[in-house]
Design a protein around this ligand. Structure first.
Ligand code: PMP
Length: 399
């Protein structure tokens, strides 16, 4: 008998999402009755606002929603997205520049599929969200990491991008506020990067999913607001998951030049067709309805942000740049490495995260999931009491 033909080499090279893996491990331990506190998941602990749930319940009773709808999205949702994009990113778009996707994640995947050709180099500022390198490789592109450490507030400079640029560079990934670091680029930094991309004809894929979650007066300036001309070579990615506590509803979108959205729509018409109509109706309510509950959630995140930064900073060997956006703290923990803790020699943050989970039942994501070792990501989207208790456990472990 001949041996079975191999699996896809392309897919076999894709790693499981590291953040989902840590979260799954934490949830499994919890299910065994262990008192695990998890800072692993990138999801708000709040419930979706009631008026959004009500809109979905109403949609459920409307038979129009039981049928296929246009693959690129319900026109009413595209209208709402266009209005939000004008409001928050200062970009005016026509409806043929918008496509509704199954979460921001599908928008990220489709964005790379839309603009990358085999062998293209994609500049990826690191630390980066763990999905980007895989999505780039699935589009046959080559991710080229450009690292910015805690000393530069986790923000890359034009000089660094220019040093990494080659003839093969066709795309830049720009994320502000950033997952995993919470860094927010200033309007000036954003403008400099946008002008550089424009000058070199480089596509920008800008992920704005955390744009409404900023603190201390920081504003996430859209790259297309900072440099309006770059809109002709920019794909914006966004979604309802983070701002409206709607991670499970799976609604995101991508926006870009009409020709780019046309080819992305062709892909989506074969891949997934329309997003669930009920979820799309809920998204219309979330984006167009009153924004005060979203604001209440932002205020709660802000309070937790200050608490986690304050408490993490008390640990010797840990330094925490102040995160001004998203809901993550990204401490530099190199001071804890190369030492023995609880009888174990710890050299990497992979080992450190394992130690913390084993010894004090606290789940954090190691820096290796987002780039180099030396960092931990802690999502502070969890209740205040748990938030403090978990950090106190870590403080005791490293006392
Ligand atoms: N972009 C970034 C930077 C994210 O952190 C996430 C969620 N972790 C997404 C996109 C995707 O969000 P979703 O698919 O849940 O809309």
């Amino acid at each position: 008998m001949t041996e079975r033909a191999p699996l896809s080499r392309k897919l076999s090279a894709i790693a499981e999402s590291a953040t989902l893996k840590v979260d799954a491990k934490a949830k499994a331990l919890k299910a065994e009755g262990r008192q695990v506190i998890s800072y692993a998941a990138g999801e708000p602990d709040f419930s979706t606002p009631q008026f959004v749930v009500d809109a979905a319940a109403e949609a459920l009773r409307d038979p129009a929603n039981y049928r296929y709808s246009p693959a690129p999205g319900l026109p009413a949702l595209k209208e709402a997205i266009a209005a939000k994009t004008l409001r928050d990113s200062s970009l005016e778009v026509a409806l043929n520049q918008v496509i509704v996707t199954n979460g921001g994640k599908q928008a990220v995947y489709q964005a790379f599929q839309t603009v990358v050709n085999p062998g293209d180099e994609v500049l990826l500022p690191a630390p980066y969200w763990t999905t980007y390198p895989e999505a780039i490789q699935l589009a046959d592109g080559t991710p080229v990491e450009v690292f910015a450490g805690a000393d530069q507030g986790y923000k890359v400079t034009v000089d660094q991008l220019e040093a990494a640029r080659t003839e093969k560079t066709t795309v830049l990934v720009f994320v502000s506020p950033s997952n995993p670091t919470g860094a927010v680029y200033s309007p000036e930094e954003t403008r400099a990067i946008g002008e550089w991309a424009l000058e070199h004809g480089i596509w920008v894929i800008t992920d704005e999913i955390y744009q409404n979650l900023t603190y201390e007066g920081a504003v996430a300036t859209s790259i297309v607001e900072a440099v309006p001309d770059v809109a002709g070579q920019t794909i914006l990615v966004n979604g309802v998951a983070k701002t409206y506590a709607m991670t499970g509803w799976r609604v995101g979108w991508m926006i870009g030049p009409a020709d780019a959205i046309k080819v992305a729509g062709n892909l989506q018409s074969h891949l997934t067709s329309n997003v669930n109509n009920i979820a799309q109706r809920a998204a219309i309510a979330a984006i167009s309805g009153p924004q005060d509950e979203a604001e209440q959630m932002r205020l709660a995140f802000d309070r937790r942000r200050r608490l986690i930064v304050q408490e993490l900073s008390k640990i010797d060997g840990v330094s925490v740049p102040n995160p001004l956006g998203a809901f993550y703290a990204y401490p530099d923990v190199t001071g804890l490495l190369g030492r023995e803790w609880a009888g174990r020699r710890i050299d990497t943050t992979l080992e450190l995260a394992d130690l913390i989970l084993d010894e004090v039942e606290v789940a954090v994501v190691p820096g290796e999931a987002f780039g180099p070792s030396g960092y931990l990501r802690l999502s502070y989207a969890l209740g205040d009491d748990q938030l403090l208790e978990g950090i106190q456990r870590i403080q005791r472990l490293f006392a």
